[in-house]
Write a protein that binds this ligand. Structure first.
Ligand SMILES: [Zn+2]
Length: 153
């Protein structure tokens, strides 16, 4: 499951995005574009969280892709997390706001040919903080898709 890219001739497609994502049509568009641009085989790499990742995994399986899941524990902090005023509270308990991004970076470090970012609506700040900046910094191309939706908070 953790083969490095240099040992693998297949394409690795990293997908992440909004938990509110629910556009099957745009998901199909994105994955079919991959099949137009890159030669097979295809492996979808995702964390299988709600929304974008689950939609992408479902469509990928229909298209005959491999699906490689990297789940993460949202309650676990990383070595560089601040120790104070960092963990957030919810009804499910405290959670680390950096856990998801750390997992995305770990997935990218295994190698990816392209990253597909599936966003929902326009964030209130107008700035996407979905990890695409960190992926681009690794030299991985990012294809951004936005599902029209209400402004989210
Ligand atoms: Zn943390």
């Amino acid at each position: 499951m953790t083969r490095r890219r240099k040992d693998d001739t297949g394409r690795r497609i990293l997908v992440f995005g909004s938990p509110y994502w629910s556009s099957r049509k745009l998901t199909v568009d994105a994955l079919q574009r991959v099949m137009e641009v890159y030669r097979p085989t295809y492996t979808l790499v995702c964390d299988m969280t709600d929304g974008a990742a689950r939609y992408a995994a479902a469509v990928a399986r229909e298209l005959g892709w491999q699906v490689e899941v990297h789940e993460f524990d949202v309650t676990k902090c990383g070595p560089d997390c601040p120790t104070r005023n960092h963990r957030r509270k919810s009804q499910q308990g405290d959670w680390c706001p950096s856990a998801r991004l750390r997992n995305q970076e770990a997935m990218a470090d295994l190698g990816a040919d392209v990253c597909i970012a599936l966003g929902y609506g326009v964030p209130p700040s107008g700035v996407r903080r979905d990890g695409t900046k960190e992926i681009k910094a690794r030299g991985i191309g990012v294809w951004e898709y936005t599902q029209p939706g209400a402004a989210r908070r």
